[in-house]
Design a protein around this ligand. Structure first.
Ligand SMILES: *Cc1c(COP(=O)(O)O)cnc(C)c1O
Length: 418
């Protein structure tokens, strides 16, 4: 075992891991495209794209060059009182990719904080307009919006990860997604009952990611838009997972023809290069922050806001979406995933197989030992991380057909063994 690993293992605390029983993580030394090279020489094909971030594969030369150039000239400078081209260009480009009206961009450094900013904007906009008492959100079962205290409170409360903290969290209204007549009735009743205290509705459009890769159709988003309009609520689409081609379109909401009031972005924003997030706000909300009163300003400002290295990476990532056919690749991956995962349907324990864009999911009745399952994938050269009751693939959009076939083959083989 390498010296740094052995020593550091006594000090590092891993995410969502029981440290007493967690196996030693695999030391990674190099990444390239869809491959992760381990210290012992093994090479894994990456089925996760490092939590859905590395949409162009790892170490794309165009992003690497942009970040290297930025590193040479100015790795960081504060965003208060100073301007830099990477951030201003990025804001202009992100606004240009959104429907008309979604034009004001607030940069932060993680997805959770981007969601917190969205929540603060929705609440403070109302306060600025003299409307009091509307500081709650309607969110959904199976939803996931982050790990910070404010965002945990709009996650699925039944979810094991966060239930623990119930007493510490703000109380919001958690509804079923209005998928059918029955759930729509429950949703509308909750909305009716709580409308006076609500500031907004928050949802991950089309795919609820960390809550278990649960899909819904575009009609749900149109219902949410109509409900938000009816009750004067801010509609927040959290595209942190779905954004940048993951569902087959640049943003998932495009498939519904619905325009939200706020969009949150992170994960693939920098092509998986460095942490950066953005909250894109509609001008109607933004205008509530204008006036003579300094207290009407948006009260937020992270230290590393709009970090130039991150913005340079994000601009380079957007270049690649323009110059290479990522969305076409996402649709191609969708076909490959269907072909590769459909045969899992008949295997022991499999309750569902579903595919949307570059997201492939095999849902099992129960996963007794997710770590053991992961190790069996690694033995087949595949980096796949089962969680809750699912085994899923969210590869880089640039993954080659034979690489993806090795991932789907590993899933079929391992599940066939039972
Ligand atoms: C990952 C994720 C977040 C949180 O982002 P972090 O960068 O981990 O804070 C929020 N919303 C969605 C939909 C996510 O997938």
């Amino acid at each position: 075992m390498s010296d740094w690993l052995e020593r550091g293992w006594r000090h590092v605390w891993l995410p969502y891991a029981q440290m007493q029983t967690a196996p030693l993580p695999l030391p990674a030394v190099r990444t390239e495209g869809s491959r992760i090279h381990l210290a012992d020489g093994r090479v894994l094909i990456d089925g996760v794209a490092s939590w859905w971030t590395a949409c162009h594969g790892y170490n794309h030369p165009h992003i690497r060059e942009a970040v290297a150039a930025q590193l040479d000239s100015m790795p960081h400078v504060m965003f208060g009182g100073l301007a830099h081209e990477p951030a201003y260009r990025l804001a202009t480009r992100l606004a240009g990719m959104m429907p008309d009206g979604l034009e004001r961009v607030f940069f932060t450094d993680s997805g959770s904080v981007a969601v917190e900013v969205a929540m603060k904007v929705a609440v403070q906009a109302r306060l600025n307009r003299g409307e009091r008492g509307r500081h709650k959100f309607l969110a959904f079962r199976d939803g996931y919006h982050g790990d910070t205290l404010a965002t945990m409170a709009v996650c699925d409360p039944e979810e094991g990860m966060h239930a623990l903290f119930a007493g510490l969290l703000q109380e919001h209204v958690i509804a079923p997604l209005p998928r059918d007549a029955e759930s729509e009735q429950v949703f509308m009743a909750l909305l009716e009952r709580h409308a006076g205290e609500l500031a907004g509705i928050i949802v991950e459009p089309l795919v609820q990611g960390a809550g278990g890769m649960v899909f819904h159709d575009d009609a749900v988003l149109r219902r949410l838009r109509a409900a938000a309009d009816q009750y004067g609520l801010t509609l927040i689409f959290d595209e942190i997972f779905t954004g940048f081609g993951r569902t087959g379109t640049m943003f998932a909401f495009e498939q519904a023809g619905v325009v939200p009031d706020i969009v949150t972005l992170s994960k693939a924003l920098t092509g998986g290069t460095s942490p950066l997030a953005a909250t894109v706000v509609h001008r109607d909300l933004y205008e509530a922050f204008l006036g003579e009163d300094p207290m009407k300003a948006l009260m937020h400002g992270p230290t590393f806001m709009a970090n130039p290295l991150g913005c340079a990476a994000a601009n380079a990532s957007l270049d690649l979406f323009e110059t290479e056919d990522r969305l076409g690749q996402a649709r191609q991956i969708e076909a490959w995933l269907r072909e590769g995962l459909e045969p899992c349907r008949g295997l022991p324990g499999v309750v569902d197989v579903r595919v949307k864009g570059a997201i492939g999911v095999v849902q099992l009745g129960r996963i007794k030992n997710p770590v053991g399952l992961r190790e069996r994938f690694v033995a087949r050269g595949a980096w796949i991380r089962p969680f809750r009751d699912i085994v899923y693939l969210t590869p880089a959009l640039t993954i080659a057909q034979d690489e993806l076939a090795r991932l789907t083959g590993a899933i079929r083989d391992v599940l066939a063994e039972g």
